[in-house]
Design a protein around this ligand. Structure first.
Ligand code: SAH
Length: 399
């Protein structure tokens, strides 16, 4: 379209955009953009040639997030509606057995910076860029209309200040319809999970771990003692208890999350008094278990992202190695370790090497019995490898 402000790319920087990558970094522009308000639709050009159209964000190092590479496509309310409809079609076809799933998965759904999760009849939306603020109402309306059966849309914006900042998890607000209850109960393959969508981390629950929760439930059979590190609200803990673990220790720094974990045990007919909840640092807990010679038949280890920037990758790999080393020290022979990494900047191979190092250092012989990635509702655009973030391995201790 004629009329959009045009931003000139530095020489030879158009290739990755033409290939479909959705980010234009500030430093990729030939000249700094000035006086353009956040959310303005801009054309990125090379010489006189149109390359891509997207929204402008003056605060982020990612100056433009690409919405379309079709010169004739206008970004208006109908555009957001089409993109939302396309994302929902994938869920309708592929997502079964749960009342909570990701509706919109940002870049990989052609909606850069936009995340929305569904919890029963509520949608919780997170915008990760100031450039989306003017489009919020259009996105909410598209969700409301395309879902058709929502009771409310709740907003939990997470607009970072710079590249290394993931934003906080501020309490949100109702964007449309009813206010969500304090605790929303969802049903995931027959397991109840209580979610605090207003104050919980991200949008309330780590939906990307759904298939791994199901896996843990299956793996827990005949494994009485289980340990869930970085348990948050106890999704893996309850899965283990339902699957056969008779004593599950849930560990997290966040006392509020452990409270909700207790309530989730109860909601599934399990008595939290039969289990343990350790509020504190995972490394300290593992060290004290090691001193006591305490062993577990199943250990789940799903820490927060260790590498939030490229600079932090080395440190993250060392962190994964030492954490898994400490986890292996409390794993019984024949026991299973389910270990995860959600750092996009750490590849599956690098994570594998870190765990291999941990096995070597602890002289444990391990067999990799399963490897998983993220589920259907967290698709990965082939042009956006950053979207391929979640990795999990199931390892059995042979000796
Ligand atoms: N495994 C969880 C999600 C983990 S999110 C699930 O499946 O739902 C990461 C969690 O680690 C957060 O709840 C955070 O409070 C906790 N955490 C961060 N650092 C920690 C530490 N050093 N020790 C224990 N918990 C920690």
């Amino acid at each position: 379209m004629a009329g959009e402000p045009r931003l000139e790319l530095q020489k030879d920087l158009a290739r990755h955009l033409r290939a479909g990558h959705p980010w234009v970094f500030r430093k990729a522009l030939a000249r700094p953009a000035k006086g353009i308000p956040a959310g303005t639709i801009v054309d990125v050009v090379e010489g006189n040639r149109f390359v891509a159209r997207g929204y402008y964000d003056p605060l982020s190092p990612i100056t433009v997030r690409v919405l379309t590479r079709e010169e004739g496509e206008t970004v208006d309310d109908a555009f957001w509606r089409r993109r939302v409809a396309r994302a929902l079609a994938l869920r309708k076809e592929l997502v079964r057995g749960t009342t909570a799933y990701r509706l919109l998965h940002g870049e990989s759904d052609g909606l850069p910076g936009v995340v929305a999760d569904r919890y029963d009849r509520f949608a919780v939306i997170k915008l990760y860029s100031a450039g989306l603020t003017p489009w919020r109402a259009a996105i909410v309306e598209a969700l409301r209309a395309e879902c058709g059966d929502l009771a409310g849309v709740y907003g939990r914006d997470e607009i970072p200040r710079d590249d290394d900042d993931e934003g906080g998890s501020p309490e949100g607000r109702v964007l449309w319809g009813a206010e969500p209850p304090e605790q929303l109960a969802i049903d995931e393959y027959g397991m109840k999970i209580l979610v605090d969508v207003r104050r919980g981390q991200k949008t309330g629950l780590f939906l990307d771990q759904r298939e791994n929760r199901r896996l843990v439930r299956e793996l827990a059979r005949g494994r009485p003692e289980a340990l869930n590190l970085f348990s948050y609200t106890g999704g893996f803990s309850v899965a283990a208890a339902l699957g056969g673990s008779t004593h599950v220790v849930s560990n997290d720094l966040d006392a509020g999350a452990l409270q909700l974990a207790r309530a989730t045990f109860k909601a599934n007919g399990l008595d939290p008094a039969d289990h343990a909840f350790a509020n504190g640092d995972a490394f300290d807990l593992l060290a004290s278990y090691k001193r006591q010679g305490r062993r577990f038949d199943l250990v789940v280890c799903d820490p927060p992202a260790f590498a939030k920037s490229q600079k932090a990758v080395e440190g993250a790999l060392a962190g994964y190695a030492s954490l898994n080393r400490a986890a292996l020290a409390v794993l019984s022979p024949g026991g299973l370790l389910v270990t995860c990494s959600c750092s996009a900047r750490v590849s599956a191979d690098q994570f594998f090497e870190a765990v291999k190092e941990a096995a070597f250092k602890t002289r444990t012989e391990l067999a990799l019995v399963a490897e998983t990635r993220q589920p259907y509702d967290h698709p990965i655009s082939l042009q956006f490898k950053e979207g391929r973030y979640l990795k999990a391995m199931v390892l059995r201790r042979l000796s």
